[in-house]
Design a protein around this ligand. Structure first.
Ligand code: PLP
Length: 352
């Protein structure tokens, strides 16, 4: 049972043409709590508002926090569609396991999400490039100083109408190949969507921005040699017609967009490899004119073309510095399936 309490003070909705990513929040949120006696309980939809939490809650001190990110789209006829939301909740349970957070029921989370979106459907923007971004998250709430696994947790879902993730929209981005800081290493939390992974990245992202690059391209933590992923995207590089992405070996996030892209590419007969790819191989391909394209993939940006890589102080242009053909085809195919322009032949859409 999900109890619904509606707000008495609905907010005015932002203009569709001026939506900054993640700054506007809808009127309501979903919340439930966990304790060892009752398990997950007290599921409710309540007005979006600040909440009380002890300053000693474990989440603030030892970082037991996980989250997800997904989107809902509203079609011209008003139908609301989501892209593979179940996979996000399944991944969230895997992140929960890594951070010793109790599992939740995925079917129940799907019901809660559908009910929240139904409540907030008037907040879903319809203009080109806009959507409703969905952020489920779980935090450890035991008031306690001393490292331990929390006994109590809170699960939230909040919603934010969004425009493009990058302020330049679909313009190609530049990446700074980080060769000092590391994001993840074997046996760590790289494949979990936990808050700490993002805090770890900030220093390198700050450096990249100060040098004039948009984002960081992470290399493996051990040898700083192999291409892993970008801040919030998986990375694909096309060399001489082969589309290459890092294999899932525990250090990168198993992106749902990544999996969809691999499926689409295989379906269309492209050569796709999930394999180790050294930065040396990428740069030597560039020198030989064989670095055809590069792009990042993720829920927020869907597909983001990469025009330039900086490694050890030298800039390398990817392809002709513009969006490549495969990148363009993938963006069109994936957003086309999401918006109902193309047939959903892989059964990825979830209608609310
Ligand atoms: C570190 C990281 N890698 C990759 C991705 C892309 O994953 P997805 O396609 O599931 O959004 C994300 C975004 O969630 C991310 O945070």
């Amino acid at each position: 049972m999900i109890k619904v309490t509606l707000t008495k003070n609905p907010k005015s909705k932002p203009q569709c043409d001026n939506l900054v990513f993640g700054r506007n929040f809808t009127d309501h949120m979903f919340m439930m709590n966990y304790n060892p006696e009752k398990g997950w309980h007290d599921a409710r939809i309540i007005p979006y508002s600040p909440f009380e939490i002890s300053p000693s809650a474990l989440v603030f001190h030892y970082g037991q926090a996980i989250f997800e990110g997904m989107k809902a789209y509203k079609g011209k006829d008003g139908t609301v569609t989501m892209f593979r939301p179940r996979d996000n909740f399944l991944r969230m349970n895997r992140s929960a396991d890594r951070l010793c957070i109790p599992q939740f029921d995925v079917d129940f989370a799907m019901q809660a999400l559908a009910k929240l979106i139904e409540t907030e459907k008037d907040w879903i923007p319809q203009a080109e490039g806009t959507s409703l971004y969905i952020r489920p998250f779980i935090i450890a709430t035991d008031p306690c100083l001393g490292v331990k696994i929390s006994d109590t947790y809170a699960f939230f879902i909040i919603l934010s109408p969004v425009g493009s993730y990058y302020k330049n929209g679909f313009a190609p981005v530049s990446l700074y190949v980080e060769d000092f800081y590391t994001r993840a290493s074997s046996g760590g939390t790289g494949e979990a969507k936990c808050a700490g992974n993002y805090a770890t990245c900030l220093k390198a992202e700050q450096k990249a921005k100060s040098l004039g690059y948009d984002q960081v391209l992470w290399l493996d933590g051990k040898e700083k040699k192999f291409v892993e992923e970008v801040g919030s995207m998986n990375m694909f590089i096309v060399i001489d017609g082969e589309v290459i992405t890092a294999k899932l070996d525990g250090t990168i996030l198993p992106g749902i967009t990544r999996n969809s892209i691999i499926t689409v590419l295989k379906d269309k007969g492209y050569k796709v490899s999930e394999r180790s790819l050294s930065i040396d191989e990428v740069l030597s391909a560039q020198k030989q004119g064989k670095l055809n394209e590069a792009f990042g993939t993720g829920t927020a940006a869907v597909v983001s073309p990469v025009a330039k890589l900086c490694y050890k102080g030298t800039d390398y242009i990817v392809g002709d510095g513009k969006m490549g053909k495969i990148t363009n085809m993938l963006y069109d195919t994936l957003t086309g399936i999401q918006k109902g322009k193309y047939e959903d032949k892989f059964g990825w859409l979830f209608k609310i």
